[in-house]
Design a protein around this ligand. Structure first.
Ligand code: FAD
Length: 317
């Protein structure tokens, strides 16, 4: 049985699972994909929308073997899609460098590609913006295309993919990331390549999360709305403290946030489902949806989270 992090969406899967041994192996698989059934891609499975769980006729491509990091030029690294962001951060720290943006709550979990597609903020976001501000380019391939392409951050497609949560069928091999030294004397190990281990992340006590983005100036309004929804929310969720992250606006936001050009508040509401049923998850989605819709400038991170339509489909099966 394959699940996503929240444990709400799960599916029995008996199809083929590919763990490519090289980028070339992966390219061959993707080149054949237009004549085969569609592939489903899975990083660490930390997102909640169920898009990393294949339907019966699909094949599953797991990225855990794409685990290399290379130091290409001063201040940049090339990182393969399946490297877990917490593992990467720990590795860089030992060399005197750090990733500016990093999801603080889930150290071992998400992969770099997953974080680009379905995450993007952390406690350093008030200073360094979103993960999108710290990626120079991605190397990706569309199924059936004959070659991978490098998409620079100046390309609109980069911004469409960032935060799209896997809604666009495009496989990411590699990301070029900006890194920072702890001290100006930190030596950049140019030419050094390493394979990083994959750690099992703990999803034994799953929490479901919803994130709402709103301009920072709306912070108090959103907090009032949240308090107003607390009693309904606590009837379906054992709530944990909401998380507030300020995201500095640097130059551009991913397309899902394109309406904003100011610093944002990312407000994450989550908890354990009181009764582990689809109905509780549906109620939680409805309450969050109503909360988001009651504010003029508020965008929910739909592409990364549980959505009503998917849950309704699961119920009808
Ligand atoms: C407890 C918890 C706390 C969290 N806290 C934060 C936080 O503080 N900040 C934050 O920004 N986010 C947070 N998140 C969200 C988290 O960042 C995302 O769920 C995560 O980044 C997804 O990464 P993944 O490797 O697990 O991707 P998956 O869930 O495996 O995949 C996500 C989507 O991307 C697709 N995909 C995966 N890899 C590739 C690839 N190589 N090419 C193309 N498509 C691919 C999948 O098909 C799927 O649709 C949190 C999530 C949880 C569960």
């Amino acid at each position: 049985m394959l699940k996503d992090y929240g444990g709400v969406l799960a599916r029995e899967f008996r199809g083929d699972i590919y763990v490519p041994v090289s980028v070339q192996d992966c390219t061959n698989l993707l080149l054949e994909a237009h004549t085969k059934d569609r592939l489903t891609y899975r990083g660490a499975g930390h997102s909640m929308h169920g898009r990393s769980i294949p339907v019966a006729q699909n094949q599953l491509l797991v990225t855990s073997s794409l685990n290399q990091v290379s130091f290409c030029k001063d201040g940049f690294i090339s990182v393969q899609a399946g490297v877990q962001i917490g593992v990467l951060q720990a590795f860089l720290n030992r060399l005197g460098w750090f990733l500016p943006i990093f999801p603080d709550a889930i150290h071992a979990g998400p992969t770099v590609a997953g974080y680009f597609l379905a995450g993007g903020f952390g406690s350093q976001s008030p200073q360094y913006g979103g993960f999108w501000d710290n990626v120079e380019s991605i190397t990706c391939i569309l199924p059936g295309q004959s070659a991978a392409m490098e998409i620079h951050r100046s390309n609109d497609f980069f911004w469409n993919l960032s935060g799209s949560g896997g809604l666009i069928n495009c496989f990411i091999f590699e990301l070029k990331l900006f890194i920072k030294p702890y001290e100006t004397s930190s030596i950049y190990p140019i030419g050094f390549t390493a394979s990083l281990p994959t750690l099992q992340s703990d999803s034994s006590n799953p929490i479901i999360w919803f994130t709402l983005f709103t301009p920072l100036v709306n912070q108090n309004l959103l907090l009032r709305k949240y308090r107003g929804a607390l009693s309904a929310l606590s009837s379906v969720l054992q709530l944990v403290s909401p998380r507030r992250v300020i995201i500095k606006y640097l130059c551009r936001y991913p397309s899902l946030l394109a309406e904003f050009s100011d610093d944002l508040l990312a407000f994450s509401i989550g908890g354990r489902l009181s009764r582990n049923t689809l109905d509780s998850a549906i109620s939680a989605c409805q309450i969050i949806h109503a909360l988001a819709s009651s504010m003029a400038s508020c965008v929910q991170y739909y592409s990364s989270e549980l959505v009503l339509e998917t849950l309704a489909k699961q119920r009808s099966h």
